[in-house]
Design a binder for this molecule. Structure first.
Ligand SMILES: [Zn+2]
Length: 159
């Protein structure tokens, strides 16, 4: 008998690089730099993807979509999230709600939180009131040139 509910946790970080678009939660934000590295660098979607995969004890995002594989260069991270959601459904579960915290010095997330919440909710197939988007500045952490995202998800068994 499968558990009725499962939780998952994900964490990610990316370094800011000048001259590339900044995407957070599937929303492009106006800023002088974006997040480099794997795919489009969407740190929030990566953390949510890993939380979903973790909840079903699946492989992590780096195993499914290796940064060394050129096909994922500049990829839309919504593709990774979609694969995680497909695996959650295949395992017999559905997403109940998710919560997240971003840690970055700039830009301010508050003015964009509702847009990000709606976009993430749309990608995940849940209501916006089931998506928590919180942001903090990295006080005393020395990570001013990085964006960090933490995410937790709750799944329930379908049917
Ligand atoms: Zn990432």
């Amino acid at each position: 008998m499968k558990p009725g509910t499962r939780i998952g946790y994900g964490w990610d970080s990316h370094e800011f690089k000048a001259g590339i678009p900044l995407k957070i939660g599937g929303v492009t934000l106006t800023h002088d730099s974006g997040l480099g590295g794997h795919s489009d660098g969407d740190v929030l979607l990566h953390a949510i993807t890993d939380a979903l995969l973790g909840a079903i004890a699946g492989p992590d995002i780096g195993s499914l979509f290796p940064p060394s594989d050129p096909q994922w260069k500049n990829a839309d991270s919504a593709v990774f999230l979609g694969e995680a959601l497909r695996r959650v459904k295949a395992a017999g579960y559905e997403l109940v709600n998710l919560d997240s915290t971003l840690i970055l010095s700039a830009p301010k997330i508050g003015p964009h939180a509702d847009a990000i919440r709606k976009r993430v909710a749309g990608l995940c197939g849940v209501s916006p009131d089931c998506v928590g988007i919180k942001a903090k500045t990295p006080e005393g952490m020395g990570t001013e040139n990085a964006a960090i995202a933490n995410a937790v998800v709750l799944l329930q068994r379908e049917g």
